[in-house]
Design a protein around this ligand. Structure first.
Ligand code: SF4
Length: 242
C-alpha cells in the first residue's frame, strides 16, 4: 500500500523509455522551486493498494508492449520505503523495470533493501555545496552524497539530475566541483541538466504559498550549453533536457 499523489501513463519526456509514473505524497525537502508543492502536504493522500496500481499498469499493455517500465517519483519516495519494497518486489516478479526518482536524502537498511529491487536510480543533486544546498532545500547535502556513494559501491546504475537555476545553481566553481565529484563513478550512466522553469508557479498560488523565485530568469540556451561544456570535461554522457 502506498500514499499516492497521482499517476500518469505514457511518460516519455522525463524518464527512460515509455513509463507508468507514480508520484507519491510527502516530502522532507522544502525546495524553493518545487514543482509539486502539493505533495508536501502530509494530511492528504490517496491510499492505493499495490494490486490496484499493478492493474492500472497492466491495462497499459497496448502502449508498453514487451518493454514495461515503472518510475516512482514524488514528493519523496524514500519516505515510504517499506511500501515500496513490496511494490517493487511485485513488479520485478512480473518482469517490470523499476526506477526510483529521489532526492537521495535517506540511506538506512530499508532503503538498501529497496535498492535491491530497483533497476535504475535517478537521484537529484540540488547543489554540491552544502550551504547552498541548505539554502535551496532546507536540508544538508551530506546524506545525498552518502547515498550516491553507496550506489557506486553496490554497482547500481544511476542517472543524476541537476536543475540549473540562474543565481542559485549556476556558479562555475561549484559545477566544476560537481564534475570532479562524479567523474570517476562507473555506474553513473548519464547526467541530465534540467533548465529551471516557472510553469508550476500557479501551484504555489493555489496553495496560498509565497513563491520566492518570481524574479529568477529562465536559463538561456547559451548558459545551458556553457554548463554542459564544463561538465563534459568530467562526465561522458551529459544531456540538456529542454
Ligand atoms: S525534493 Fe522534489 S518534491 Fe521535494 S521539495 Fe524538492 S522539488 Fe519538491
Amino acid at each position: 500500500m502506498l500514499k499516492v499523489h497521482s499517476t500518469e501513463t505514457f511518460g516519455t519526456q522525463d524518464w527512460p523509455g515509455i513509463r507508468f509514473l507514480v508520484f507519491l505524497q510527502w516530502c522532507n525537502f522544502r525546495c524553493l522551486y518545487c514543482q509539486n508543492p502539493d505533495t508536501r502536504n502530509h494530511n492528504i493522500w490517496n491510499e492505493m493498494q499495490d494490486e490496484t496500481l499493478i492493474e492500472m499498469i497492466q491495462k497499459e499493455d497496448v502502449y508498453f508492449g514487451d518493454k514495461w517500465w515503472v518510475t516512482v517519483s514524488g514528493g519523496e519516495p524514500l519516505l515510504q520505503t517499506k511500501g515500496l519494497i513490496n511494490f517493487f518486489t511485485k513488479l520485478k516478479k512480473l518482469g517490470i523495470h523499476t526506477a526510483l526518482d529521489t532526492n537521495a536524502s535517506i540511506l538506512n537498511d530499508d532503503v538498501k533493501k529497496l535498492l535491491e529491487v530497483t533497476d535504475l536510480v535517478i537521484p537529484d543533486i540540488k547543489h554540491i555545496n552544502n550551504a547552498r544546498h541548505e539554502k535551496i532545500t532546507g536540508n544538508s547535502n551530506e546524506e545525498v552524497l552518502e547515498f550516491i556513494n553507496y550506489l557506486e559501491q553496490i554497482w547500481k546504475p544511476f542517472w543524476v539530475r541537476y536543475v540549473l537555476v540562474p543565481g542559485y545553481t549556476d556558479q562555475l566553481e561549484y559545477l566544476d566541483n560537481m564534475g570532479k565529484y562524479l567523474q570517476n563513478m562507473k555506474n553513473l550512466e548519464r547526467l541530465e541538466i534540467l533548465p529551471y522553469h516557472n510553469l508550476w508557479e500557479y501551484k504555489w498560488k493555489e496553495l496560498d504559498r509565497d513563491y520566492e523565485m518570481q524574479d529568477v530568469k529562465l536559463p538561456s540556451k547559451e548558459e545551458l550549453n556553457k554548463v554542459k561544456e564544463i561538465l563534459d570535461k568530467y562526465i561522458k554522457n551529459v544531456y540538456v533536457r529542454i
